[in-house]
Design a protein around this ligand. Structure first.
Ligand SMILES: C[S@@+](CC[C@H](N)C(=O)[O-])C[C@H]1O[C@@H](n2cnc3c(N)ncnc32)[C@H](O)[C@@H]1O
Length: 311
């Protein structure tokens, strides 16, 4: 890795990264912690950090720090590739008490781990936010972490579909294989939410996985641009804001959804109370303006949920 400055490195056109940026992205992806992370978020950060006039080494370091703050810090194992996904799938396939297994797996992501003591109550709130009409339900769980493993608690009808995305390929591959074992029809993809919803993902990534057979079904297709009855953005806004303050408002404007649930943490990951309630109540109020209308707020010990409906 060179130590020379990468200021003004992005001379490869609006979308095409030049050689210096490609080198930086490759260097970040070479490290054990971020091998499986979406390269688009790395490139976004590389563009931002490379404009600051630091050395390549310091630019790579700054990108890794940012990735740690938005993603790596939540993984108990330290490195995403060390999570025992294959073992978990074996356990889920063999185990009869899948609820207990899912709870155990959810302990490996700090965000779901801190929700476990009040998981049932949170999921009851989400279930109550679902419409009661007859048409098949579609739910999206964005920047999902391991939260889709709690989807069975929503008591969804079998024809309902569940879309989930996060930044890690290993995690999304795992969830794509695990959700059918929990009888959830799911589309799971690796996606960076700081980018606009279009273009749609590849057909392979958007094939709905059949709940009963575990095989990719082609009867229905879900993408982030589909219509959703309910969209979950649980504890993700602070992560998006760290990368781009315009990303969350853009996402909320682009989503085709009847109801969104935003949640914000009440404590830092360290457990400290650093006055987040007031800061995030203000952020929720700023984000959930027309066409959104806040219909309810629910305070749990570790997070506050804001439910908003369109119109
Ligand atoms: C605080 S955790 C919340 C996880 C989950 N929503 C929950 O509440 O349990 C933030 C999650 O967002 C993901 N993430 C952060 N930035 C993202 C982005 N730009 N696009 C997609 N996912 C992102 C991280 O990998 C991490 O799993």
């Amino acid at each position: 890795m060179s130590g020379k400055s990468v200021a003004g490195a992005d001379h490869g056109g609006a979308d095409q990264p030049n050689e210096a940026l490609r080198t930086i992205v490759a260097e970040v992806l070479r490290g054990p912690r971020y091998q499986g992370i979406d390269p688009t978020i790395v490139l976004t950060l590389a563009r931002r950090e490379a404009s600051k006039g630091r050395s390549t080494r310091d630019t790579v370091k700054a990108i890794k720090t940012a990735l740690h703050q938005i993603a790596g810090a939540y993984l108990t194992q330290g490195s995403e590739r060390d999570l025992p996904y294959a073992d978990w799938l074996t356990e889920l396939a063999q185990n009869t008490d899948r609820t207990a297994t899912c709870r155990e797996i959810m302990r490996h992501h700090a965000s779901t781990r801190e929700r476990l003591p009040h998981l049932d109550a949170v999921m009851r709130v989400l279930r109550d936010a679902l419409p009661t009409g007859a048409r098949p339900l579609a739910i999206a769980d964005l920047a999902c972490g391991l939260n889709p493993l709690a989807a069975p608690l929503l008591g969804l009808p079998t024809e309902a579909t569940y879309y989930a995305c996060d930044l890690y390929s290993g995690m999304t591959d795992f969830l794509r294989a695990a959700l059918p074992l929990l009888e959830i029809r799911a589309v799971v993809e690796m996606r960076d939410l700081t980018h606009a919803i279009a273009p749609p993902p590849t057909p392979a990534a958007s094939a709905v996985t059949g709940a009963s057979t575990g095989k990719a079904g082609d009867t229905q297709r879900l993408t982030l641009s589909s219509h959703f009855d309910l969209v979950l953005l649980l504890k993700v806004i602070p992560c998006l804001d760290q990368i781009d303050r315009t990303a969350a408002p853009r996402l909320l404007a682009e989503l085709d959804a009847d109801t969104v649930v935003l949640s914000f943490p009440r404590r830092a990951l360290s457990g400290r109370d650093v006055g987040m309630d007031a800061t995030y109540a203000a952020r929720a109020a700023t984000l959930l303006t027309s066409p959104w209308r806040i219909s309810a707020r629910h305070d749990f010990p570790t997070e506050t949920l804001w439910i908003a409906i369109k119109g």
